[in-house]
Design a protein around this ligand. Structure first.
Ligand SMILES: Nc1ncnc2c1ncn2[C@@H]1O[C@H](COP(=O)(O)OP(=O)(O)OP(=O)(O)O)[C@@H](O)[C@H]1O
Ligand SMILES: [Mg+2]
Length: 253
């Protein structure tokens, strides 16, 4: 099976992780499974929105790989074993956390093993969803050379949307083939004023990015986050869930 790769991009704090959690909920409910969710933010927190604990990260495995192998084990076998341990298995989806990036010193061979293992793993999934921090170098490191869906998240301002456009443009020099890009405008005031809506639409037009959706600011999301309750448990009648699902229906049609 060749998985479809979905990646998040966008300025800090715009809602990439929030959108990732809502998208996992969507893919699960639409039975677009199995899913591999990759938390590629060094300050990992997707697991928190899903109420999951992380025991081991890829960053830690990379460190272990620099040391001596247990006797009778090749680096390949060791890496595979460790990755299996690091994968958090849930019903319909798995979560893998990248953790801290490389420190000083050469991790090149370890990264090569990681890329090989990812290639091997990828065939087990229908969708791979990568929640990023603003940079996108994790994507090339994981050997995911092409992205089927890039979702660029922005705050609801003309300047934010301009930034989203610039972020969309930097994927090209990275050598990443991006098959489709969509802009998600997040945390729009609810109810939206006609003036703001007109402004957003104007900025979207100038951005050349197709609009995937405008998600409302949501007290329900704030509540789930504060109480540490999984976003997967949000009701289907919650406005932001409805809006996000309608947007995903169009993007993933
Ligand atoms: N639609 C929304 N309604 C209310 N709060 C939201 C909404 N979207 C995001 N937030 C809140 O804004 C904060 C930042 O969101 P989130 O962590 O998803 O952004 P991010 O882009 O992943 O940030 P980072 O760049 O730090 O990874 C969180 O506290 C989140 O709960
Ligand atoms: Mg995040």
């Amino acid at each position: 099976m060749t998985p479809k790769v979905i990646a998040m991009a966008g300025k800090g704090g715009t809602g990439k992780t929030t959108t990732s959690a809502l998208l996992i909920k969507y893919l699960l409910e639409r039975k677009m499974t199995p899913i591999l969710a990759v938390d590629a933010d060094s300050n990992a927190n997707l697991n928190e929105l899903l109420e999951l604990n992380v025991d081991m990260t890829i960053g830690e495995i990379r460190k272990d790989l620099k040391g001596d192998m247990p006797s009778g084990m090749t680096r390949d076998q060791f890496m595979n074993m460790k990755i299996q341990q690091a994968i958090i298995e849930e019903s319909g989806f798995d979560l893998l956390v990248m953790g801290q990036p490389d420190g000083p010193g050469c991790y090149c061979s370890a990264n090569q093993y990681l890329a090989m293992t990812m290639e091997h793993l990828a065939g087990n999934y229908q969708y791979i969803l990568v929640d990023n921090e603003a940079g996108m170098e994790h994507l090339s490191r994981m050997n995911l050379r092409s992205i089927d869906y890039l979702l660029i998240v922005s705050d609801p301002s003309a300047r934010g949307i301009l930034t989203a456009r610039r972020i969309a443009e930097i994927t090209e020099p990275l050598g990443l083939e991006v098959k489709s890009k969509h802009l998600i405008v997040n945390r729009a005031p609810e109810p939206m004023t006609p003036e703001l809506e007109a402004k957003i639409n104007e900025a979207v037009k100038e951005s050349d990015l197709p609009l995937g959706g405008i998600f409302p600011a949501s007290n329900e999301l704030v509540h789930q986050e504060i109480t540490g309750t999984s976003y997967l448990q949000l009701g289907s009648d919650v406005p932001v869930v409805k809006t996000a699902f309608a947007a995903f229906d169009k993007i993933f049609a």
